[in-house]
Design a protein around this ligand. Structure first.
Ligand code: ADP
Length: 409
């Protein structure tokens, strides 16, 4: 199409040349004028489109002369008229000096750039945040810059507020963890004294307690132990949150540790007839890498829950199996109340206790699983569960096998 047009133009030119050189010059001038008209009207069409654009647009030649600004650009700079805006040298005077030389280089040295964010000044010297994109286009017969300036002040302000709020929350959270860690430590010492003296009262052969006195001391001991457990859990939690928990990860024989945990948990369910069947303890020895005390703590919590949330005369089964990716999975399955599906996502949340039925009245705080998860994950392990309401639950802990080099620090 363009080729055939230029052919017909040259034909006309040749004809004119044949005729007369003066006519030929006139003809060329006429053609140039027509071309300029076309370019000008095309430029005006571009301006009309840009006028409707909600983002501020400036067209500027390579010598820095501004040729066009749209209405949105007036708003960006707080100008009353296009004449006012076109007459100021806003590259220099309207750039915030705090943003420095780097920006001058960006504006004058590089033709194209995308998504530059910086402060600019309005005509009244107030600041706004600008998102600048710049490119080149053909406009009214010449190559020019086209700059798109978007006011992102609101976004920048909310980013800053969010960042400040996050920093404050982090600081407050850290102070809370430190306070809890020191308080729990302070509470443990007198609590141990209360329990110790209560036990001495019970076992003082010279001054035996009456039945009723013994009952009172038993209540002190039960309540005291529960309180001590709670204090220990809060202490662990705050230590983990304050990044102050140190672990002693070593190679341990998992079977022995699991058998130990089962032995310690058995008495908890005896009065309700809940039994624990450990199918892993007697199998071949499996070595894992873990902090023995912390692994025990997590497993005892899971075993304790399996007994606590079991039905009377229910059973708990402990199994061990090796996964394909080098972990030992200890599964603790119970025949208890189970957990409704809607509650599954929040089981590991702090202080979350599932359901409102009779089972929630069982002693507990909703801290145990949170602490277990944090501990297991700190030892490069994994923890999870499957559960069905009124059928039972299976909680599992996976710890790296001693041979698993992928989880070595
Ligand atoms: P706690 O037992 O002190 O309430 P945990 O953090 O150990 O706290 O457990 C959180 C909640 O998860 C429990 O309150 C209980 O509702 C639910 N849960 C945990 N283990 C079981 C389980 N084996 N069967 C049913 N519900 C369970």
């Amino acid at each position: 199409m363009a080729a055939s047009r230029s052919k017909s133009v040259s034909k006309k030119l040749l004809k004119a040349e044949d005729d007369n050189p003066v006519r030929l010059r006139e003809r060329i001038v006429e053609l140039e004028r027509q071309l300029l008209d076309k370019q000008t009207s095309f430029g005006e069409q571009i301006e009309q489109i840009l006028e409707a654009c909600p983002i501020g647009v400036t067209i500027q030649d390579f010598d820095g002369n501004r040729l066009f600004v749209n209405e949105a650009q007036l708003k960006n700079f707080g100008a009353r008229s296009k004449e006012e805006l076109l007459s100021v040298n806003y590259n220099n005077s309207l750039v915030n000096p705090e943003d420095g030389v780097q920006l001058d280089v960006r504006i004058s040295g590089i033709v194209k750039f995308t998504d530059a964010e910086f402060h600019r000044k309005r005509l009244d010297n107030s600041k706004w945040w600008c998102l600048l994109n710049r490119n080149t286009i053909q406009y009214k017969g010449q190559e020019v810059y086209i700059a798109w300036l978007q006011d992102i002040t609101n976004r920048k302000d909310s980013d800053r507020l969010r960042e400040e709020a996050r920093k404050q929350a982090d600081k407050a959270n850290h102070s809370k963890s430190e306070f809890l860690a020191s308080m729990s430590h302070e509470l443990r010492t007198p609590m141990n004294a209360v329990l110790g003296f209560a036990q001495m009262l019970q076992f003082d052969p010279k001054n035996p307690l009456s039945t009723i006195q013994n009952e009172h001391v038993e209540n002190i001991l039960t309540g005291g132990h529960h309180l001590l457990e709670l204090i220990n859990e809060v202490l662990d939690l705050s230590k983990i949150e304050a990044q102050e928990l140190s672990l002693n990860v070593e190679t341990i024989a998992a079977n022995e540790v699991v058998a130990d945990c089962v032995r310690l948990t058995l008495p908890v369910g005896q009065h309700r007839g809940v039994s624990i069947n450990n199918t892993f303890g007697d199998g071949p020895t499996v070595f894992i890498r873990a902090d023995q005390m912390r692994f025990k703590q997590a497993l005892i919590n899971i075993l304790g829950n399996a007994v606590k949330y079991n039905k009377d005369s229910g059973t708990v089964t402990v199994k061990g199996l090796e996964t394909d990716d080098g972990f030992l999975r200890i599964c603790v399955t119970d025949t208890g109340v189970g957990i409704a599906e809607v509650e599954h996502d929040s089981v590991f949340e702090l202080f979350h206790r599932v359901g409102l039925g009779a089972m929630t009245s069982r002693e507990g705080t909703g801290i145990g699983l949170t602490v277990s998860k944090l501990l297991v994950e700190k030892m490069s392990g994994r923890i999870g569960f499957e559960s069905e309401e009124d059928v039972g639950s299976e909680f599992w802990i996976e710890m790296p096998l001693a041979t698993n080099i992928n989880t070595l620090d």
